[in-house]
Design a protein around this ligand. Sequence first.
Ligand code: FA5
Length: 333
Amino acid sequence: MISEITSARTAAEQSIAAASTLDEIRILDTDLLGKKSPLALLKTGLGKLITVDEKKAAGQALNEAMLAVEKVLNARRVLLSRAEREVQLAAEALDLTEHFNAPGRGKAHIVTQAWQRLEDVFVGLGFQVAEGPEVETDWYNFEALNMPPSHPARSMHDTFYVDHGQPGSTVLRTHTSPVQIRVMQNVAPPIYMIMPGRVFRNETTDATHLAVFHQIEGLVIDRGITLTDLAGTIEAFTQAFFGPGFTSRLRPSYFPFTEPSAEFDIRTPKGDWLELGGCGMVHPNVLRAGGLDPEEWSGFAFGFGIDRMAKERHGVGDVREMYTNDIRFIEQF
Ligand code: FA5
């Protein structure tokens, strides 16, 4: 029995030494230490030994052999995983030396640059900046914006729901408009604010659509605000952001939270029209949801996509390119 144990142990150790991959080690683990391994089978034969001394000696030798095989197996596993990791690291290594040699420091991402420039331009026009949460309640994202549960306009927003509270009560905000309500609830008018931030829609991505993108919301609430103020603000913004050769127009549209509503486009010096976002006069129901009296206050709101603005401003063909994080693309801007 003892000699059988010794030869099983030697054979096991030899096959471990011969293993050259972690997959082989995984198989050997079962073959050499599992229920059907030679050592385990020898263990089942212990009962057939006659004397107590024989049993004791064989049992001890078996335990030692099992422990020894396990130890050798583990040591080989550590060695092979280290070797595999080194091969992987070598294969995935990036040569960054050309970037170390380049003069200058890192810079803000193209979308962050657009975001910061938008803030600068609006602050220059007298606006303040506010932010709201990315995880919102259904009430702020839809209901307070004049979209009750059955409202058909809800289907225009493909919503990501968060597993929190009552089913369907918590969402990843689909636009920055819910921040309008939070601002109205917390700031006494007159209000001249912009609200930039990240928004989420369960959409298939393409050259102009992302599932995670950025919007900038604008909200003005004061006494006697009219559509002319909205048009004038959009025009002043267009010239300040894009340059004097650019102009803007409003096109009739529909949003549940503004009445009347418009889409706003800008005209490039070449004469092309580009759609930038939506806007309109704040709906009385929205003013009420924000705790304001529509008889006393009126206002306008607008919201447009920051990623698309960055794309247009820099002539990027596909919005998705801005998020591949390929340093050769990013460092151009
Ligand atoms: C809205 O989200 C309204 N909340 C805008 C608004 C605010 C209207 C205030 C009136 C008053 P819309 O779904 O059209 O509207 O989106 C506004 C802008 O976000 C679009 O014009 C576009 O520039 C950008 N946008 C929309 N969907 C995507 C997307 N999937 N990927 C990138 N940009 C997008």
